[in-house]
Design a protein around this ligand. Structure first.
Ligand SMILES: Cc1cc2nc3c(=O)[nH]c(=O)nc-3n(C[C@H](O)[C@H](O)[C@H](O)COP(=O)(O)OP(=O)(O)OC[C@H]3O[C@@H](n4cnc5c(N)ncnc54)[C@H](O)[C@@H]3O)c2cc1C
Length: 398
């Protein structure tokens, strides 16, 4: 049987970071990575629309699911540490106006190259097309697939989101077989399906909005109306709070820059200023024309011909609709479309000062396989890199 000191299962963001940190911490120890796809880090290439939003200047104050568990890890490997980690491999970053960190090259491939070449330089052995299908405690360590004996194992298999990128959920049974508990899983950072009766005409229209979910949770930013519901960063962020088994409504504030009273006054002013103007064009100065039309129709149940026909009372109803446009949630798109998985290995069963299991000595986990997820904006990769580095360092220390 082959042997290794440290086996990392999964060559994604957290697994590669773990491998680098382990090899740097203990250069004399052998570090092996199993990756079931033909190449390491496939998902990294798809992140940030090919630009890889690898972190966020505000990650330390971000509210993750299970923030209490995640926060100390994110703080320990904070943004300066993340930037330094990549600079040590020759990869420089820059932040945009919202604190999102990208490689200066603007290319996700450069992030993967930095990680891969660093692994190579450090002598990490990445074995591709090797799926970890079985893990057993053996001889004080672990036997994996019955053909590799490892003293320590780091599970870095990701979740179930985007299975075509390798994360097919096969890490969960490994953890379960060793006695770990899983919290309920669901696609997250995913498009939201809604009743489409009132938004049929809005397919392809983008808007800036504030969103809140009747069952709790809110977000703000760009949305995109689609033929199944809503997409766009703010809708994806809101999907973190959608519970598949609970009925909910989204309230869209489509005029976040105005109060409801301001909006009413503006509508009255427009209708008085140019009463002959077609009603369907009258709100084009404050919102996308198609949204204005949909809001007027939804408010009045019909479409007046001209702006002048709209009475102040009706203006008030239209303003209220624009500030509180309701959509009934019918679900979300699937894991195939999701960026992350909500739920995962129960964090109470891991020590966040080392990422080691509290149930199985010398077993570690990091990244998305754990029940930690964040919003869009680089927070999930920040978690993957921070938790991966901590797991790698801890596993390499005796
Ligand atoms: C399209 C897309 C865009 C995204 N963009 C961003 C972004 O810009 N910023 C951001 O912060 N987050 C982004 N995310 C989320 C982010 O990519 C993930 O949260 C992060 O990659 C999780 O890292 P991980 O190492 O835990 O898992 P993964 O990156 O999923 O890596 C897991 C690896 O393990 C391998 N594996 C799984 N099971 C086994 C097994 N049994 N045996 C061997 N190998 C196995 C997989 O093939 C994979 O390579 C995006 C996600 C998607 C899908």
């Amino acid at each position: 049987m082959k042997t290794t000191d440290i086996l990392i299962i999964g060559a994604g963001a957290s697994g590669l970071a773990a491998a680098i940190e382990a090899a740097r911490t203990a250069p004399d120890k052998s570090v092996t990575v199993f990756e079931h796809l033909p190449k390491a880090g496939k998902k990294i290439l798809a992140t940030g629309n090919g630009r890889c939003n690898l972190g966020n200047l505000n990650a330390a104050s971000h509210r993750y699911t299970n923030s209490k568990f995640a926060q100390p890890v994110i703080e320990k490997y904070g943004v300066d540490s993340l930037i330094g980690f990549f600079e040590s491999m020759g990869l420089y970053t820059r932040a945009d106006s919202e604190g999102r960190l990208y490689p200066m090259s603007n290319s996700a491939a450069s992030v993967l190259d930095a990680l891969r070449f660093e692994c190579e330089k450090l002598g990490v052995k990445i074995i591709c097309e090797e799926k970890a299908a079985q893990i057993k405690k053996a001889d004080g360590g672990f036997s994996v697939n019955g053909n590799l004996q490892a003293k320590k194992v780091i599970i870095a298999t990701g979740g179930k989101a985007a299975p075509s990128q390798g994360s097919d959920g096969s890490g969960y049974p490994l953890l379960k077989s060793l006695g770990h508990t899983l919290t309920p899983l669901a696609p997250s950072l995913v498009q939201i399906k809604t009743d489409t009766a009132t938004i049929k005409s809005l397919k392809g229209v983008r808007a800036k909005a504030k969103l809140s979910l009747s069952t709790g949770g809110s977000s703000e930013g760009e949305i995109l109306f689609t033929d199944y519901g809503v997409s766009g960063i703010a809708a994806m962020d809101l999907s973190r709070f959608v519970k598949q088994d609970k009925k909910a409504e989204i309230s869209l504030d489509l005029l976040p820059d105005f109060t409801q009273d301001d909006a009413k006054e503006i509508i009255i002013r427009i209708s008085r200023h140019n009463p002959a103007m077609p009603a369907e064009s009258m709100l084009g100065g404050i919102i996308h024309k198609a949204i204005g039309t949909a809001a007027i129709k939804a408010s009045l149940g019909f479409m007046p011909k001209t702006a002048g026909e709209i009475k102040p009372k009706q203006a008030a109803v239209i303003a209220s609709t624009l500030k509180d446009f309701r959509l009934t949630v019918t679900g979300t798109k699937s894991y195939n479309d999701a960026q992350v998985t909500r739920g995962g290995a129960d964090v109470n069963e891991f020590d966040n000062s080392t990422m080691m299991s509290r149930k199985v000595k010398n077993l570690f986990a990091c990244g998305e396989v754990l029940d930690v997820d964040g919003a869009c904006g680089g927070f999930n990769l920040a978690w993957a890199f921070a938790s991966g580095r901590l797991a790698g360092k801890s596993a390499a220390e005796d």
